[in-house]
Design a protein around this ligand. Structure first.
Ligand code: PGA
Length: 258
């Protein structure tokens, strides 16, 4: 397993396109976005296109190495009879350097368990990719007072198979399930509270580097709320779905906090 060094908390603006933007739309997006977004030396911009659009993204953004990109998921296995699976080992050849793990839509629609997420993190790190571990509670879990317990379990179980050195190489995304795609955003105070819970958990976990680990917020982030969210203590960036699909809106988000 490779051991990425721990990174200082450079702000990360991450776009999760989910199942939007095929190869044709991807080329058009990159053209318009790059006309509006200048390279930032103080922040990382990373886009997660659908896997079928990775080659189109790499080609369209070939003169913009500041735009990093990644995959939305990998399979728990490296090869074999797993129709439609994406092997982490095959990702670097596309130019992608990041991978999401544990997105709530993977957990809900595809049944990914915390143990699966842990196996995926191992594959992602072995491939030398930078993982973003997504965690977050449902509305029912929040309203029944289980926010901290849910986040702690998701993190503990996902990082269990990682060796000490690898654990410091993760980026986290706190994404309350009730805020994803609903237009309902966590208040900056809610986000800061959850980020503090994640950071406390990292401070207790062996090998994690709580102070140097970036924790992103995700869930109905848009140009109108980005500055308020980023101003919250311990919020080191954002993971954006819907509002990242429009190049103008994504450029406005990526200009925040500058
Ligand atoms: P949203 O999605 O911005 O559309 O709420 C965020 C995510 O699921 O990563």
């Amino acid at each position: 397993m490779s051991h990425p060094p721990s990174q200082p908390r450079t702000p990360v603006f991450a776009a999760n396109w989910k199942m939007s933007h095929g190869p044709t739309e991807t080329g058009a997006f990159v053209e318009r976005f790059t006309a509006r977004h200048s390279r930032r030396s103080d922040a990382t911009v990373v886009i997660f296109p659908p896997a079928i659009s990775l080659a189109a993204f790499a080609a369209a953004a070939s003169d913009r190495p500041d735009l990093e990109f990644g995959v939305q998921d990998v399979h728990t296995e490296l090869e074999g009879a797993h129709t439609s699976g994406i092997s982490a080992a095959m990702v670097p050849a596309t130019g992608a350097t990041w991978a999401l793990a544990g997105h709530s839509e993977r957990r809900r629609e595809f049944g990914d368990t915390d143990a699966d997420v842990g196996r995926k993190l191992v594959r992602i790190l072995e491939a030398g990719l930078r993982p973003v571990l997504c965690v977050g509670e449902t509305l029912e879990e929040r309203e029944s007072g289980r926010l901290a317990a849910v986040l702690e379990t998701q993190i503990r179980e996902a990082i269990r198979p990682l060796d000490r050195e690898s654990r410091a190489g993760l980026v986290y995304a706190y994404e309350p399930v009730w805020a994803i795609g609903t237009g309902r955003t966590a208040s900056p105070a809610d986000a800061a509270e959850a980020h503090a819970i994640v950071r406390e958990q990292l401070a207790r976990a062996e090998g994690c580097d709580a102070e140097r680990t970036a924790i992103l917020y995700g869930g109905s982030v848009k140009p109108a709320n980005i500055e308020a969210l980023l101003s919250g203590p311990g919020v080191d960036g954002v993971l954006v779905g819907g509002a990242s699909l429009d190049p103008d809106s994504w450029a406005a988000i990526c200009a925040a906090g500058g």
